[in-house]
Ligand binder design. Structure first.
Ligand code: 4LM
Length: 401
């Protein structure tokens, strides 16, 4: 036996579960229970007060969900994790825990539309000042941080236009002002990037995406210090959102985690091939993909990520029609690739942010976020890459005529 730290794949399969303590069951049992019986009143009181560890109601914790939380914290190199009913459940529970009216927060200029809506249209109703700043511009960020905001929030890579933010540098500037840093790591996953290792305080995920990987659950995860995650569990989750993950979802996510490494490798490989094919097609104007050596974020992606991920976006050229119309025509010609929102599934998914995921933002907001109305987003799946390209190519060829 060696005490050497286990690798990512081993931890994703084994961490946090002892089969022999559970009748030798290879797979963690799914504890489908809402409540837990106490030996006596004293034990109930001790569980409620936190004096005695243990479960007392499944809105707060559950043994199956706890195994997932322990395992995911390990993969994200964090002290603790809390699981949620959705990515939005994770984001809202974390922010409701940390903020109070009068606080100021900084958010990056581009992000998933519902996160943006929660910040700009939701939090602002409760007296929280939300300022957008381009976090790829460190001078602008440093200036904005002088007012000592409570926290900053960003995604990297950003949804949908693949900007990358330097987690290490942003953290260094934020720490000077005692500002908390929250990173949405949904696009990269812990397989490709660990923001905590680069100094972030809290990392949130839509586990609906790559962590599940099979398009059959809605789920969220947040990681951070023991102290902060305990607050998030007992304030944000228990009392404010109630966005609790079911034990069945935790089971599905643990199944997904076992192949996260293999799936991410294939997503990365297929995406790199599709990005280079797209770049040579005469109808394609620009491919947003950090794996491209000419991409402005290529160097940062090479340093900060262990691969370039499974997402890309592109715009099309247009002769007579406008770019948006050409994109719509192209997407309507696809035969295998599914026209659907969400990402990280085995199936290749395509969507048009301006009319779908980012339609919740006004045209002005989209423009401010740098989201071109002609932008098309692709989540590259695990199909044979030649089939993905053949489908895209026939659709591009038809739209170009
Ligand atoms: C989509 N995204 O882009 P739940 N953070 C990021 C996301 O992309 C999403 C969430 C959080 C998409 C959903 C329709 C970076 C979602 C929110 O959907 O609440 O698990 O995650 O297509």
């Amino acid at each position: 036996m060696t005490t050497k730290e286990k690798g990512f794949s081993t931890s994703a399969i084994h961490h946090g579960f002892e089969e022999l303590e559970q009748h030798g069951s290879l797979i963690p049992p799914i504890y489908m229970t809402s409540t837990y019986a106490f030996k006596n009143v004293e034990q109930g009181a001790a569980r409620f007060s936190g004096e005695e560890p243990g479960h007392f109601y499944s809105r707060i914790s559950n043994p199956t969900v706890e195994i997932l939380e322990t395992r995911f914290a390990k993969l994200e190199k964090a002290e603790a994790c809390v699981a949620f009913a959705s990515g939005m459940g994770a984001i809202t529970s974390v922010l409701w825990t940390l903020l109070q009216s009068g606080d100021e927060i900084l958010i990056d200029k581009t992000m998933y539309a519902c996160t943006f809506a929660f910040m700009q249209h939701g939090l602002t109703k409760f007296g929280i000042n939300v300022t957008q700043v381009d976090m790829t511009n460190l001078d602008d960020l440093a200036k904005a941080l002088l007012s000592k905001p409570k926290l900053i929030f960003f995604e990297t890579p950003t949804n949908p236009n693949m900007r990358l933010i330097d987690i290490k540098l942003v953290n260094a500037i934020a720490k000077e002002q005692n500002t908390l840093v929250i990173v949405d790591n949904t696009y990269a996953t812990p397989y490709l990037c660990n923001p905590i290792e680069l100094g972030a305080d809290i990392v949130v995920h839509s586990a609906t995406k790559y962590i599940s990987g099979h398009g059959d659950v809605i789920a969220g995860l947040a990681v951070g210090s023991h102290e902060t995650m305990q607050r998030v569990r007992l304030e944000g989750l228990k009392d404010m959102t109630g966005a609790v993950m079911t034990p069945l979802t935790a089971h599905q996510l643990m199944r997904g985690l076992k192949t996260l490494n293999l799936r991410m490798q294939k997503h990365c490989e297929n995406t790199s091939i599709i990005a280079s094919h797209l770049a040579t097609h005469p109808l394609v104007e620009f491919v947003y993909y950090p794996g491209d050596t000419n991409n402005p974020y290529h160097l940062l992606a090479s340093e900060q990520m262990r691969g370039f991920g499974g997402m890309l976006a592109f715009t099309l050229k247009s002769k007579s029609k406008n770019k948006l119309q050409t994109g719509i025509q192209m997407m309507n010609q696809l035969k295998m690739i599914r026209l659907a929102v969400s990402l990280g599934d085995a199936e290749t998914l395509i969507q048009h942010p301006a009319s779908m995921v980012h339609s919740a933002c006004s045209p002005e907001e989209r423009q401010k976020q740098g989201i071109d109305d002609g932008l098309v987003r692709l989540s590259i799946g695990l199909e044979n890459v030649e089939d993905i390209w053949n489908d895209l190519k026939q659709a591009l060829d038809k739209a170009g005529n």
